[in-house]
Every structure is written in C-alpha cells, then in structure tokens.
Design a protein around this ligand. Structure first.
Ligand SMILES: C[S@@+](CC[C@H](N)C(=O)[O-])C[C@H]1O[C@@H](n2cnc3c(N)ncnc32)[C@H](O)[C@@H]1O
Length: 356
C-alpha cells in the first residue's frame, strides 16, 4: 500500500521544525549575550561591534558573531550604514535589568538541561532517572536567576496580598517555613520585611543552603535560618502559621507525603502558599498553550526525571491545576484558591488553609 503525502503539509511541517530548531539556537545566543553582559552593554545605547565589545569587556569577534544571530533573529537592530547595533527599548525591558519582567534568565535552561539529554535517553530505556545532584551546581544558579527577579518584583506586593490577612499576621510575628527554598531569596526578603516573624528554609541542596545563609548574613538578618533537610521529614513541631513552597512540590519524590507533612506542620487556620506551574492536568487541555511544549520538555529533562531517579512519583512539571487541587484536598487543606502571578505566565499561586 502506498501512502500519498500532502506535500503542502510536509513543507509546512518542515518550516515548523526549522522554526523550532532556530528558536533553540537563538535561545542559547540570548543566554550567551545575557551572561556575558553583552545585552546590558547594548542596552546602554547603540554601538558598533567594537564599541559594544569594549563597553562589555568582551572579545569583538565573538560579539560580532553573536550579534549576527541576534540581528537575524529580530532581537537586535542593525544599521549597515553606520554598522551600529541597537537593542530596542521594548526588547531591553524584557532582556535586561533586575526586575521580574527580565526574561533573559529563562534562556539558561537549554544549556543547563541539554547536557543531560544522553543520560535521560538512557533512562527512557532502563527506567529510573537522572538524580538531582547531577544538575548541580548549575541548576542552583539557573533557578536562582529565574526566581530572584520575580521574588524581588512580586513577592511582597504581588504574591503575599493574595493570601488575605497573612501579611498582617507576618507583621505581628509568626513562625514560617519554606520547603525546597533553594537559595533562600524569597525567605530572606520576607524575613527582612517582617522582623517580628521567624523563618526557616529547608532544602536538600547544600550549595543552595550555603548561598541562602550567606545572603541572610550579608543582610544582617537574625530571624531566618536555613537547614539541609529532606522535606519528606519536615518537622511538625513547633507548628507554623504559614508554609511556602515555590516551584518545589512537583519534582518531589513523594509529593503527597510532603503535602501531608506541610499540613501537619501548620497550626489550625494556617496558610500553605504553593507557587507551582500554571497548566492543566490533561494533555488535551494543554494543546494550544504556547508554553506547554517548554513545560513538558523541562519535565522530561529535569523535574520528572529527578523524582523518578529516587524511585519517586514522577509527577512532572505539568501535573496541572486539577491534580494539584485534588492532592491539596487529599492532604486535608481547605479553601483552596488559585491565582495568576503578576509578570509570570509560567506559574500559579495556590493559597490553601488548614481547617480551624
Ligand atoms: C525548582 S527548585 C525551586 C527552588 C526555589 N524555591 C526557587 O524558587 O528558586 C526545587 C527545589 O526543591 C529542592 N528539593 C527537591 N526535593 C526536595 C526534598 N525532598 N527536600 C528538600 N528539598 C528538595 C531542590 O533541591 C530545589 O532547590
């Protein structure tokens, strides 16, 4: 039997594939231009490749080649008459600066995860997964870069107000924990803003906890501490008024167990504030979500495999709102509400309470 191909569809799919491959490469050029300071230098004003390279302290030949990619990708503008490159202000706002709208840190995932493709391919054949440790210390740095700007821009004024009266309780002085705190920036920001409350952050990653402690010391904070701990053993005493988890539930080996420990660590009427990936649980409901391929890929190459490496649930990045609500319910939380995160299309904030 011969299959007749629709040549128009073949050509269209070829174009689609090329677009995806080009996008991957452009992403790595944004990563390079961001981490070398090239984008910051360009944001300072137009210049030739030599001028921009001198401004950034970089080798001109590399700068020119990278700018070739960024110009042809439509990221940077180029005037052949003056040989000057310009980063349009509308692009600079999304690629430079300390705030939550800077998308440049997201570009780092391709280089971070790409090196693990062969190991993940082995896991496809043999089961199991690639352990969390294999991703460090690179993962710690990339994750910090991803969440730091968002927390600086949105934690105190965008995320905490979603919790109703919790900010007032924090101001009065309560006990707070964070599971999977990474480099601890969110907790340090809260500890600085609410000096009457006491904060404890837990993470498995020693390098991340070291950075969290260093920032707390640098800021002179005495109401925050960080411990290396598997949050599957989160202590239930003394009880907390609030527990936070920022992108730290879906890659757990035992997410249901951790939710149960969080529930047990909270006093009656306590808050569990869980920021996690914004998606639906069913694949068919994610078709048409432009971010969904990126999310499933991150899951395959990191979040799911690190869980499976421990013989875990392998929930994955795209566990989605329906399953998240179900698991919060099964863990005994009530009054669950789900909110968008300002400046962050990737996440939702779940505000859950313990029964009074
Ligand atoms: C996606 S990162 C998020 C880090 C941080 N909350 C942020 O937003 O930057 C997930 C964090 O959870 C930590 N983690 C994963 N499983 C853990 C466990 N069982 N106990 C403690 N930490 C864990 C990882 O080491 C990692 O730092």
């Amino acid at each position: 039997m011969t299959t007749s191909l629709d040549e128009t569809r073949v050509a269209a799919f070829g174009e689609q594939l090329v677009g995806a491959y080009v996008g991957g490469m452009v992403t790595m050029m944004v990563d390079l231009a961001s981490r070398t300071g090239l984008l910051d230098a360009l944001a300072g004003g137009p210049g030739t490749s030599a001028e921009v390279a001198a401004r950034a302290g970089l080798a001109e030949r590399y700068v020119r080649e990278c700018l070739g990619a960024l110009v042809t990708a439509g990221v940077v503008a180029y005037d052949p008459a003056t040989r000057q490159y310009t980063l349009p202000a509308e692009h600079a706002v999304l690629l430079t600066g300390p705030g939550s709208v800077n998308m440049a840190p997201i570009s780092r995932f391709i280089a971070l995860l790409g090196v693990h493709v062969p190991a993940v391919a082995d896991a496809f054949r043999t089961g199991g997964g690639v352990p969390y440790e294999a991703y460090r210390p690179g993962f710690t740095e990339v994750m910090d870069g991803l969440s730091r700007g968002l927390m600086d821009g949105q934690l105190l004024d965008g995320i905490l107000p979603l919790t109703g009266e919790l900010p007032a309780r924090l101001a009065d002085g309560v006990r707070v924990a964070e599971v999977g705190c990474g480099t601890g920036h969110a907790l340090n920001l809260m500890a600085r803003a609410y000096p009457r409350s006491s904060f404890t952050g837990y993470d498995l990653a020693e390098d991340a906890i070291g950075l969290a402690r260093a920032e707390a010391a640098d800021w002179g904070l005495t109401n925050v501490s960080f411990e290396v701990l598997d949050v599957a053993r989160l202590p239930g005493e003394p009880p907390c008024t609030a527990v936070f988890a920022f992108d730290a539930i879906h890659d757990q080996a035992d997410p249901a167990g951790v939710l149960a420990r969080v529930r047990a660590a909270l006093e009656p009427g306590g808050w569990f504030v869980m920021m996690d990936i914004k998606a639906a649980s069913a694949l068919e409901d994610n078709v048409g979500n432009p971010l969904a391929p990126w999310l499933y890929a991150i899951s395959t190459l990191h979040c799911m495999t690190v869980s499976l490496a421990q013989g875990g649930a392998g929930l994955g990045t795209v566990w989605g709102e329906q399953l998240a609500r179900q698991m919060l319910d099964e863990a005994g939380f009530v009054d669950v509400s789900v909110h968008d995160v300002p400046d962050d299309p990737f996440d939702s904030v779940y505000v859950a309470r313990t029964p009074t």
